[in-house]
Design a protein around this ligand. Sequence first.
Ligand code: AMP
Ligand code: ZN
Ligand code: FE
Ligand code: FE
Length: 293
Amino acid sequence: MSQPPAAPVHRIDLHAHSTASDGTLAPAELVRAAAEAGLDVLAITDHDTTAGWAPAVDALPRGLALVRGAELSCRWYGGQRSIPLHLLAYLFDPDAPELVAELTRLRADRERRGERIVDLLRADGIDVDWAEIHAAAAGGSVGRPHIAQALIRAGLVRTTAEAFEPRWLGERYRLPKEDMDVFRAVRLVRQAGGVPVFAHPRATRRGLVVPDELIAELAAAGLVGLEADHEDHSPAERAHVRALAGELGLVVTGSSDFHGTHKTVRLGAFTTAPEAYERIVAAASGATPVAYG
Ligand code: AMP
Ligand code: ZN
Ligand code: FE
Ligand code: FE
């Protein structure tokens, strides 16, 4: 008797950044690296931009499917203090006017805020230059990791992680961005045919996290999934997110949140189950995954 064929192994990583935001690989390099890492599916999810989509599609290697997405800078205004959070959006129409307008506004505010952070540093005698930082971001969504590189170049810190310590960009020289209301974000993503998934919802090591009651409200408002397996979640936090997703009927994802050399995590370090990926694709009407040829 012959053995049945082995089930195909699908390695699916639904969260990665390129130079279109604060990753260090260009979109074309990112998709090549994903194929080399043995991934079958990669989502490109730059902060507040879709600029990496076209160059990633153009460079797509054989055997890799690309999910076009973005990671939206959001905020929940319903608590005592507003809390920033990240919403992954997959397979939405990149020309949906209201969403495009919001992304443009978010990127413009990233520039204003980056320049103000540099002003604060310079006021303390720290020699960093906004024009140089802005040029190094090369037209991509500017973020604190770009300022971190300037601190490294100036010899003030050795690593990006060190630049995020409280005495630097983590607290002392941190300024808020003008984020998008999270309910509006969920609505606009769905309106654009996309699929919203809450990124690292329990990452307490990054700061305040939202209560489970809010996640239930977001599920009622159209949220589709929760990212459970992420390096910023402890094992207990991963289990909690998984259980909450089960209660609320939400899809569970796992992803690397790869940023090239701006972080230590590798592509495919965490992955999403094929069934979960299929539910995300089935929920989308704005775009489809792209494969070679
Ligand atoms: P921003 O979007 O400008 O607020 O910067 C936040 C980004 O900085 C996140 O998306 C991460 O990519 C990165 N980041 C946050 N904390 C750290 C850290 N401790 N080490 C390295 N990168 C970090
Ligand atoms: Zn980032
Ligand atoms: Fe994030
Ligand atoms: Fe991310």
